[in-house]
Design a protein. Structure first.
Length: 133
């Protein structure tokens, strides 16, 4: 994950329970990379620290385009805490914009009860989720 208190990822699939497949910027110990990984979000849900960004369909790319954009960046990533980070990567994949703030009303807290609705989003649009540490 990224070295600050929030981490953003593109959710590409819900794999059952609290496991989701994501494409995200992560630190491998030697370098930053864009990777596809399976993560368990159980602890984030338990601590109420999993959020999903909500977009109107006309405000973002189609789900397959979001996933293709994210996939196209797999490999080494030139990370910069202000200019090129996990949030900017996720926003570029979803809406082409690096700096557009998402209004608080457009962020939904995921609970265990609504995980499938909040995170399993490939049918309605590849989601951007924010994990708070």
């Amino acid at each position: 994950m990224c070295p600050h208190d929030r981490h953003h990822a593109i959710v590409t699939a819900w794999k059952g329970g609290t496991k989701v497949k994501v494409i995200h910027v992560t630190f491998t110990g030697q370098e930053f990379q864009v990777r596809e990984e399976l993560i368990d979000v159980c602890d984030f849900i338990r601590r109420e620290q999993l959020l999903r960004y909500m977009y109107e369909p006309n405000e973002c790319h189609e789900p397959h385009d979001v996933i293709n954009r994210a996939s196209s960046k797999r490999g080494p990533f030139r990370y910069d805490v202000r200019a090129n980070n996990c949030e900017r990567f996720a926003r570029w994949c979803k809406v082409d914009e690096y700096n557009t703030p998402t209004p608080a009303s457009d962020v939904v807290k995921a609970t265990k009860k609504c995980l499938s609705a909040c995170v399993a989003s490939t049918a309605t649009g590849a989601a951007i989720v924010r994990l708070l540490k």
